[in-house]
Design a protein around this ligand. Sequence first.
Ligand SMILES: [Mg+2]
Length: 196
Amino acid sequence: MKTVVFDIDGVLADWSTGFSQWAQSVFPEVPVVTHANCAAWDVRPGMTPEMERVIWSLIKQDARFWRDLPSLATERELRAISELIYQGHRVYFATNRKTPRALAATRDWLEARLHTDAVNVIITHRKGEFCKVVDADYYIDDKSENVDCAIWMTDTKTKSYVITRPYNSVIYAPHSKSARRVSTVLEFVEDINAEI
Ligand SMILES: [Mg+2]
């Protein structure tokens, strides 16, 4: 049995579209930025820091934000992840969502799409450390700094993958030689299945 860690936002869920849609509902001039045209995950076009604070205060009051996020993973990819769970692998979903009720909302989001209630969600921004403490065999994230950290923390034991996104294709290229790049979640799961 293997231990597999999935990051959620930017890998499975389209946080960028969800956030900018909420922003647009309050500030109509804000453009919707999907993960596909998101140049930098931490820069919100058309928004001032104050506007961002307003939207975050709304998200803190309403966990439906997390429940309603669009999926980046395809049906086939979600089925492939469910299969890992059904096969008995230890699958964790690690996220840095820290607003009230984000844990329950994230679990709901995953359960609805993976068609199982055997979903393990952990809220942490220390994903490298998390990979170390659970002895992760595989890990995927869209933030290559996290991937580098996992490789460093686990002394390369965790096979760590960066999923290519517009905002990490050049400037956030993996720093660690052993980091692997994939274009899709399916490639990541197929890599796991090829080795078990
Ligand atoms: Mg992410």
